[in-house]
Design a protein around this ligand. Structure first.
Ligand code: IPE
Ligand code: IPE
Ligand code: MG
Length: 260
């Protein structure tokens, strides 16, 4: 193994590694255009970033890495770009599944997978099946995903249960809502990173990021390397998460863990 994890584990407080990091991987098109290349070449380069960040997240002991790979709105892009992206997604998953499995990574899918071309959905289903028993990093891939789609689906399911008499409206709680989202069973993100310079959420995990720490960087996704990821984690570790409480309360609630 490379020596990189040791360098990063020295720089980071390993007791405060976020459990769940979500990423809006933006800027592939601009990366390519600035090099006079096709946008699709930016997407291909972006796959290298996916591989290296997944590997580092796994090595650092992050339990959930959620990647926004294709939004519901991205179907509106030119057909050729959508086709290339779909091909890239299917091909990458097929190629990477053995290594992901060897690294104990569990692939999970969030989104309207039925809308993907059948051969791509097949590659994804194979990856999910192959890594089902893995209990290291959970790699959650958001494909044809949008938060409003997800929340609308949850509302529909809850309304159906209520109409069948299986659920009373007054029994609907935040937990009931959470357990009907695509992310059921997955803890909310601690840290949300967006690359590419935009400061917006673009219909991603709106319910789940209620208390996430947000980190925006101008670095384009294909340039997002180990160093940039560790910088984001360091930034996260310098924040105080108060969840509505005061600073004093937070400090009283969480004494420093003993060293021994
Ligand atoms: C993100 O990069 C990848 C996807 C949305 C699939 P973009 O393709 O949005 O790149 P920019 O924002 O045009 O540079
Ligand atoms: C967000 O990026 C979606 C993904 C990264 C998959 P976009 O590039 O599609 O976002 P907008 O449309 O510029 O907000
Ligand atoms: Mg973009």
């Amino acid at each position: 193994m490379d020596s990189y994890p040791e360098e990063y584990t020295r720089r980071l407080d390993m007791r405060r590694i976020p459990r769940h990091v979500a990423v809006i991987m933006d800027g592939n098109g601009r990366w390519a255009r600035s090099r006079m290349r096709e946008r699709t070449e930016g997407h291909a380069e972006g796959v290298n970033s996916v591989n290296r960040i997944t590997r580092l997240a796994s090595d650092l002991g992050i339990k959930y890495l959620t990647l926004y790979a294709f939004s519901t709105e991205n179907w509106l892009r030119p057909a050729g770009e959508v086709e290339t992206l779909m091909h890239l997604i299917g091909w990458t998953i097929r190629k990477e599944t053995p290594e992901l499995k060897a690294n104990n990574v569990h692939i999970r899918l969030l989104g309207e997978i039925d809308r993907l071309p059948p051969e791509v959905a097949g590659c994804l289903a194979h990856g999910v099946e192959e890594t089902r028993g893995c209990d290291g990093l959970n790699l959650c891939l958001c494909l044809s995903y949008s938060s409003r789609w997800e929340i609308t689906e949850a509302a529909r399911k809850l309304a159906a249960l209520a109409a069948e008499g299986q659920l009373k409206p007054e029994d609907i709680s935040e937990e009931t809502m959470s357990s009907h989202l695509a992310t059921r069973g997955i803890p909310d993100p601690d840290l949300l990173i967006r690359t590419g310079g935009e400061q917006r959420i673009s219909n991603f995990l709106l319910w789940q990021i209620a208390y996430s720490e947000l980190y925006f960087t101008h670095v384009l996704w294909p340039d997002f390397d180990h160093e940039e990821f560790v910088k984001a984690l360091e930034d996260y570790q310098h924040r105080e998460r108060r969840f509505g409480k005061t600073s004093d309360q937070v400090r009283d609630d969480s004494p420093e863990p003993a060293d021994n």
